[in-house]
Ligand binder design. Structure first.
Ligand code: FE
Ligand code: FE
Ligand code: FE
Length: 188
């Protein structure tokens, strides 16, 4: 049923679409660059709130460290826009809006709760995983498009996102262990 309806709309819009240059990989590259540029700027606004909310000093330090890295990542993206001769402009990314909304919900619902840090870690890792997927794709496309300098910049950011993800995984183990101990003591 739904399939049929979808088919019909596709046909209609395809027939109505005016003739235009076919969209190439370079167009997709630029669109995806705008997507991650929006996402990084959103993350710049979110990380300070997460650092502020964290109970664990180590976790707050990890968020602040990644905030500084993120500032550099935004600059790298601006360099790539420049290489393309395009203005650095973001395009709303519903994925990052959704992921950060979930994080905000956890901060609100678990405010002052022992499980808050575990929730913040999970939210932060969801962000990193989105970024890792985007930067991996962009790096590969830059290589395919023969943009070696852009590929290097994207790889540098990808390395930082992966290192952050690993650091958060390590912290998740210690934070969750600490919390379990706390709950055990409270119950005793
Ligand atoms: Fe980033
Ligand atoms: Fe997106
Ligand atoms: Fe990141």
């Amino acid at each position: 049923m739904a399939k049929q309806a979808k088919k019909r709309t596709t046909k209609k819009t395809a027939a109505r679409r005016p003739r235009q240059a076919p969209k190439m990989l370079s167009d997709l590259f630029l669109e995806t660059l705008k997507d991650i540029y929006f996402a990084e700027n959103k993350i710049l606004k979110t990380l300070p709130k997460m650092a502020e909310a964290a109970n664990s000093k180590q976790l707050a330090a990890a968020f602040n460290k990644h905030l500084r890295e993120t500032q550099g990542q935004v600059k790298r993206l601006e360099q790539i826009f420049k290489m393309l001769g395009k203005p650095a402009r973001g395009k709303p990314c519903e994925a990052i809006n959704g992921i950060t909304d979930e994080g905000a919900e956890i901060m609100k619902d678990f405010k002052g709760a022992p499980a808050l840090d575990a929730g913040l870690l999970a939210a932060a890792q969801a962000v990193e995983h989105y970024e890792i997927s985007r930067y991996g794709t962009l790096r590969t496309w830059a290589e395919e498009l023969g943009m070696q300098d852009a590929a290097k910049l994207l790889q540098a950011t990808l390395d930082e996102e992966e290192a952050t993800d690993h650091a958060l995984t390590e912290l998740a183990t210690s934070v969750i262990n600490l919390e379990a101990e706390q709950e055990y003591r409270d119950a005793a």
